[in-house]
Design a protein around this ligand. Structure first.
Ligand code: ARG
Length: 453
């Protein structure tokens, strides 16, 4: 394709380092779409004859059908998907195939293909996140009243509801989806027609090709069009943030599925056994979601470092833009699907969660607040009285609301029977009605609002 001025072919290692076909064959659909739009425009603008444009369009259909049926061969001599497709086109329709590359360079071609691919990837992630969001909403609705311990420092802090906890992830996922939508909107401009770097003297119509490919319009600067990969980096940063959220939820599942917690039983479909310890039910999928976040961060780092020192415009380093994006996307798609499956099928052990919430003196803050509200103590003094109450319950090995009124009065005479109204975990969560708080009434309202979206 470019051998006109060369007497010798490339060395085998040169071929191997230069070829991107082993990975960029994944762009074949986008490559065909870009070529279809380009040749239709060339025909309409009279840059190639209508007959030649029609022959090329027909040939592209045949190449696409062949790829669909047989896959893309990894012929290193043909370097990349663009040359592979052009060679196939020439084999199908003869020398007229050579007119397709008029007013185009592989530089704007690959930038276009890759944008189209990343745009599709964002759409795929958005669909998966929506399914995940619905799964979270369904389980949250089921558990709007299920009391569990809320933690800070992984110490029992205050009771919350499982529905509230799951809705926290719903909020994160909703923001993640918003980031992917923003990135998609920003990337949706066409580089096609930037040509090698400077544009072209042919009377091309970049607005027409942009519209044909579903872009909002052409990119305004040809140098920028062929040389930036910010859209891919932005996709990766969105993927990283989303994977961090998934990883935190995965970590909670790992903890919750452990025997000391016992908060969740993963379904058989989402557990694995041990080849030596028959009692094991391992949360491998959750562990791998946690692990994949690390790899996705690695992908983002790889592309950022590839781009950081490159002068304008295209440099071959940029061929390395694709593997990290493909890898991150595959890992993220698997992670979202796995977390969705785990959420949908998990059995939450609400009895155990409630017992742990009660055992951890998680309503101590409620007692302190009661002393402030009903007995007029300054909060610091109330905190001290409550500390002594917790110590007493700990000594007796009972929950706060199991302390007798005599025990409570012995600690501070200003306490009376009304205090039992706030000492139970149910009373505690029901009282947290501030906006965004864990009260079941709030959780139900948040779910209803989210379902309206
Ligand atoms: N395979 C190349 C890539 O992915 C296509 C662009 C090649 N451009 C060039 N000037 N050699 O980046």
């Amino acid at each position: 394709m470019w051998g006109g001025r060369f007497a010798e072919g490339p060395a085998a290692v040169m071929r191997a380092i230069n070829a991107s076909i082993p990975f960029d064959k994944r762009l074949w659909r986008q490559d065909i779409a870009g070529s279809r739009a380009h040749v239709a425009m060339l025909g309409a603008a009279g840059i190639v004859s209508a007959a030649d444009a029609a022959a090329i369009a027909d040939g592209l259909d045949r190449v696409a059908a062949d790829y669909e049926a047989n896959g893309v061969a990894e012929d290193l001599a043909l370097e990349d998907i663009h040359m592979q497709t052009e060679a196939k086109l020439a084999a199908a329709i003869g020398p007229v195939a050579g007119r397709l590359h008029t007013a185009r360079s592989r530089n704007d071609q690959v930038a276009t293909d890759f944008r189209l691919w990343v745009r599709d990837a964002a759409d795929e992630v958005l669909a998966a996140l929506e399914a995940f969001r619905q799964a979270l909403l369904a389980r949250a609705a089921e558990h709007a009243d299920s009391v569990m311990p809320g933690f800070t420092h992984l110490q029992s802090a205050q009771p919350v509801t499982l529905g509230h906890h799951l809705m926290a992830y719903h909020e994160m996922i909703r923001r993640d989806a918003g980031r992917f939508r923003d990135a998609r909107a920003r990337m949706n401009r066409s580089p096609l027609g930037s040509a090698a770097l400077a544009g072209t003297g042919f009377p091309i119509d970049r607005h027409a090709t942009a519209a044909a490919l579903g872009f909002d319009g052409p990119m305004a600067n040809s140098l920028d069009g062929v040389s930036d990969r910010d859209f891919a980096i932005e996709y990766l940063t969105c993927a990283v943030q989303c994977s961090l959220h998934l990883s935190r939820l995965a970590e909670e599942f790992v903890l919750w599925a452990s025997q000391p917690f016992g908060f969740v039983a993963l379904s058989d479909q989402w557990s694995t056994g041990s080849s030596i310890m028959p009692q094991k039910r391992n949360p491998d999928a959750a562990e791998l979601v946690r692990g994949h976040a690390g790899r996705i961060i690695g992908c983002m780092t790889a592309l950022m470092v590839t781009m950081k020192g490159l002068p304008l415009a295209y440099s071959k380093d940029m061929q390395d833009d694709k593997p990290p994006v493909f890898e991150a996307h595959d890992l993220l798609a698997l992670s979202i699907a796995a977390m969705t499956g785990m959420i949908e099928s998990a059995t939450f052990r609400t009895g155990r969660m409630r017992a742990v919430a009660q055992a951890g003196f998680a309503t101590a803050t409620d007692l302190a607040d009661w002393l402030v509200r009903e007995a007029g103590l300054p909060f610091r003094e109330a905190h001290h009285v409550t500390g002594r109450t917790v110590a007493r319950a700990e000594t007796l090995g009972i929950a706060l609301d199991a302390l007798s009124i005599a025990d409570l009065k012995a600690i501070d005479d200003r306490i009376d029977e009304r205090v039992y109204g706030v000492l139970s975990v149910d009373a505690s969560v029901a009282s947290r009605t501030s906006f965004g708080g864990t009260a079941p009434v709030n959780v139900r309202a948040a779910i209803a609002a989210a379902r309206g979206e």
